[in-house]
Ligand binder design. Structure first.
Ligand code: UD1
Length: 420
């Protein structure tokens, strides 16, 4: 077991590089199940979740070689007859459900044990299943698994998503690439990771238009082939470091960022008085003059990302005034608030809203990560808290952040990983 020990770190400076996007790479790895021939994926971050997906692909008959040094992953389907994804693997990561679309498309059957993952709400998969059913798949849930089968072909159809779910959009998009005819996904998620997936699939030979908008049209093709693809930078990792600069009133350069992917955060930081300057391949965050508080509401992209909600909340805990954080994506994403309150933050939760009353400072304490993004938020809190903050259960953080302590040390933060 390990923990992070964080000391007050007032003046961060220098630069750091953002890794490839976890939420893109996991889905692109799943999409490799659709290909005939080898897929080469570049900028694959060395994360726990990536290793779970490697194990899952291997269990489904793929040969996978991952070079963590080069951040390159090569994968090729060797046995396309396996259609069952075991609970042992899917329970380690909720995103495992996205193998269902590719398995159905290429193998005409899928049996996926219902997943676990971050404990941040019910996280149902009804929209994924609604989509598959609309494509003619017979879907049944039982004994902790979901099974899909169909005869002959999936048939393209119009699918309206009641909510623009990222995972459902990805799963249906992948399933539809090899279906007969045209599928239209309405009220589709518009996250940059959807566009990245569509660009990977298009290189493989898929016919897709509208990815990145709320209506995606897919015309099924006979086969998809292996290709090379570089995943987009991780906007949530980038955003976390941008907030680290803001909260410590520092100026840093963040390399490997697509500023348009971070538009909602940049807009809020600017509203708070932080200067964000896009540069070639990255951006400078300048908070040397400090910042004021602002309210945020999480929304599907291009709204403010729920995956940056906890980090932004930490910023608000130490600025004057009363501010509101509204969470509209997940119903249970304030679990970390108790930990922040143990550090002296003043926060009142009322349903899906949190009222934050700024305090002069946070105090170091022993806290535990309750989920992946909240864990990174506690590190940010530790950077500005007086004294020492010890964060346990950091495996959550390791699921989604590459060497977070090393990257922060590189810009002058006082953080150590310690075995316990
Ligand atoms: C993805 C991201 C996650 C991010 C989330 C929202 C990955 C691996 N994870 O998760 O980091 O926080 O998008 O940006 O990419 N819902 C339903 N029915 C469904 C599916 C979802 O009601 O069938 C609900 C969920 O319970 C949740 C909301 O829709 O309240 C958003 O979920 P979704 O967009 O599907 O998130 P994920 O794809 O799971």
């Amino acid at each position: 077991m390990e923990k992070f020990v964080v000391e007050t770190s007032p003046n961060l400076e220098g630069s750091l590089r953002v890794s490839g996007a976890k939420n893109s790479v996991l889905i692109i790895m799943a999409a490799s199940l659709l290909a005939e021939g080898e897929c080469v994926i570049e900028d694959v971050p060395d994360l726990l979740d990536v290793h779970v997906m490697i194990d899952l692909l291997r269990s489904l008959g793929s040969e996978v070689n991952y070079d963590a040094q080069k951040e390159q992953l090569r994968t090729r389907v060797m046995d396309a007859t396996i259609t069952d994804a075991s609970y042992e693997l899917t329970n380690r990561m909720r995103a495992s459900i996205v193998v269902m679309g590719p398995l159905l498309a290429r193998r005409k059957r899928a049996n996926v044990a219902l997943p676990g993952g971050c404990p941040i709400g019910a996280r149902p998969i009804d929209l994924h299943l609604k989509g598959f059913r609309r494509l003619g798949v017979n879907v049944e849930i039982g004994h902790g698994s979901v099974e899909g089968v169909f005869e002959d072909h999936m048939i393209g159809n119009n699918i309206y998503l009641d909510f623009p779910s990222v995972g459902a959009t990805e799963n249906i998009l992948m399933a539809a690439t090899l279906a007969k005819g045209t599928t239209t996904i309405e009220n589709a998620a518009q996250e940059p990771e959807i566009t990245d997936l569509a660009s990977f699939l298009t290189k493989m030979g898929a016919k897709i238009s509208g990815a990145g908008t709320s209506t995606i049209r897919i015309t099924g093709v006979e086969r998809l082939v292996g290709v090379r693809h570089q995943v987009i930078p991780d906007r949530i990792e980038a955003g976390t470091y941008m907030i680290a600069a803001a909260i410590t009133k520092s100026k840093i350069f963040i390399d490997n960022v697509v500023p348009t992917h971070l538009r909602p955060l940049i807009s809020k930081l600017e509203e708070a008085g932080v200067i964000v300057t896009p540069q070639a391949n990255g951006l400078v965050v300048d908070a040397l003059e400090g910042y004021t508080g602002v309210d945020i509401t999480t929304l599907p992209y291009p709204g403010f990302p729920t995956d940056l909600q906890a980090q932004f909340m930490v910023m608000l805990t130490v600025c004057e005034g009363l501010h509101t954080v509204r969470e509209t994506i997940f119903e249970n994403r304030f679990m970390y608030v108790n930990e922040l309150m143990r550090m002296g933050a003043k926060i009142r939760i009322d349903g899906s809203s949190a009222m934050v009353k700024g305090v002069s400072h946070l105090e170091g304490a022993q806290v535990r990560s309750t989920d992946l993004r909240a864990g990174s938020a506690l590190i940010l809190a530790g950077l500005v808290a007086t004294g020492t903050t010890e964060i346990s259960e950091i495996y959550h953080i390791d699921r989604g952040f590459v060497s977070i302590e090393k990257k922060l040390q590189g810009i002058g933060a006082n953080i150590r990983r310690v075995s316990i």
